[in-house]
Write a protein that binds this ligand. Structure first.
Ligand SMILES: Cc1cc2nc3c(=O)[nH]c(=O)nc-3n(C[C@H](O)[C@H](O)[C@H](O)COP(=O)(O)OP(=O)(O)OC[C@H]3O[C@@H](n4cnc5c(N)ncnc54)[C@H](O)[C@@H]3O)c2cc1C
Length: 399
């Protein structure tokens, strides 16, 4: 008789896991509390479904905090493996200007999801909707609520793919932590990542810069620098330039209740070159206009500099250059968890072995965003789910 596998939660990691498990060897069922699979996957597609990144694997893996727990899974199924895999499913991809990988324009996120669902169906994976997992009776018997009734379901292997705790409307509510805590499994509280960062703008300054984009900049927190862009909002800032700094900003906020980030408006110019260019402005009557032209500054650069610098500093070439190269913004808080693109927190990595199996609950595995790790946007979040899903599938297929 075939052994049974229950996959709990039907998001990105569950989808690839279900596609890749050997259904000749196992009876496979996905239990999802919503009435559809992949709701967060579809939400992720709203701004362009960034499936993975084209970075070389050696640098790719370093984007995770920490990264060692993912190394085997990523080596087994890295970004190039995934691209080949999804292409073979009929979804053609392209590498965008930012080196991120997307489905070609003719494929909407729902088409990508449907391609995965067809593969699941062809793999004879049973789908149970409106099944909400409610805890463990034993390590092999799970409790579910379906149509207001509690059910007990046995399985030989269980893989939990319950997601993080942001965008609760998609089903990833993070309300499963107690069930693991009852089994003495250590859980870290959820925190926002890849989120907006709050800045207490003075004097209604936000009204002047709201919605404006700062491009081709580098941002620094502690000694870590990232290139990218940010958008200014009423709340503060967000965008690809600042998301990778989430772990460092979060740490500073926890330690001192405020985090410092520094923007380099002109990362391709040295401070000496900037001083030289500013000093070459002879006509002080039209200093701002000349500064704008000489350094190719935008009105937004100038608004920021003028708002935050005293008049004396603005007209001092050395000090102005310093601010252009190292413009300080104080971050006062993270956005609410539910609004974040992802969360950290959840099951501690010390609770799982190298196959993602819980030490304290044999034959129970945990993958995806429900584990306590961090990754920036850019396709790294989904790729980690795909790598973990494929790894556990291969592990169980070879058992
Ligand atoms: C706005 C937004 C944009 C994003 N854009 C990108 C992007 O472009 N690229 C990228 O790489 N990542 C992106 N992400 C992140 C990415 O979508 C997630 O990291 C990924 O979906 C996590 O997959 P998962 O399988 O761990 O969990 P999820 O996809 O969250 O799935 C978890 C599933 O478990 C179900 N579930 C939860 N509790 C229970 C229960 N008790 N019983 C039964 N089922 C349950 C949920 O309903 C859900 O279906 C984005 C996220 C958001 C919110």
């Amino acid at each position: 008789m075939k052994k049974s596998i229950s996959i709990i939660g039907g998001g990105a990691s569950a989808l690839i896991l279900g596609c890749e498990l050997n259904s000749e060897k196992y009876d496979i069922t996905i239990y999802e509390k919503n009435n559809a699979l992949g709701r967060k996957f579809l939400v992720a597609g709203d701004g362009g479904l960034n499936l993975t990144h084209s970075q070389n694997p050696a640098n790719f893996i370093k984007q995770y905090t920490p990264y060692t727990f993912l190394q085997n899974a990523f080596t087994n199924f890295n970004n190039s493996h995934f691209i080949t895999w999804i292409n073979n499913l009929g979804v053609k991809t392209f590498v965008g200007s930012s080196a991120r990988v997307f489905p070609k324009k003719e494929y909407k996120p729902i088409d990508v999801l449907n391609a995965l669902l067809i593969k699941l169906k062809n793999n004879n994976v049973a789908l149970k909707y409106k099944y909400e997992w409610k805890g463990f009776l034993t390590s092999t018997t799970l409790i579910f609520e379906n149509n207001n009734k509690l059910l007990e379901i046995n399985s030989d292997y269980t893989i939990f793919c319950l997601g993080g705790a942001s965008w609760q409307v998609t089903g990833s509510s993070g309300n499963w932590t107690n069930y693991f805590a009852q089994k003495n499994i250590t859980i870290q509280p959820f925190k926002a990542s890849n989120c907006a960062f709050k800045i207490n703008w003075a004097n209604n300054f936000s009204a002047k810069i709201e919605g404006k984009l700062l491009k081709n900049i580098s941002l620094m927190c502690n000694t870590t620098t990232h290139f990218g862009e940010i958008v200014f909002t009423k709340f503060g800032i967000e965008g690809s330039g600042v998301y990778p700094l989430s772990p460092l900003i979060r740490e500073q906020l926890e330690q001192t209740k405020q985090a410092q980030i520094y923007i380099d408006f002109k990362p391709t110019l040295t401070i000496e070159k900037i001083i030289e260019k500013i000093s070459s402005i002879v006509n002080n009557k039209h200093f701002t206009q000349n500064l704008k032209t000489t350094l190719n500054l935008t009105p937004l650069h100038l608004q920021l500099l003028k708002h935050f610098l005293s008049k004396d500093d603005f007209f001092n070439p050395a000090l102005l250059a310093q601010h252009i190269k190292k413009f300080n913004l104080n971050i006062d808080a993270l956005a609410p968890i539910d609004e974040a693109i992802s969360t950290v927190g959840g099951i501690c990595l010390t609770e799982i072995n190298s196959n993602f199996e819980l030490y304290k609950l044999k034959n129970n595995f945990v993958i995806g965003e429900m584990l306590n790790y961090d990754a920036p946007t850019g396709g790294y979040l989904l790729q980690s789910c795909f790598s973990m899903g494929k790894y556990v599938a291969d592990y169980l297929n070879n058992k």
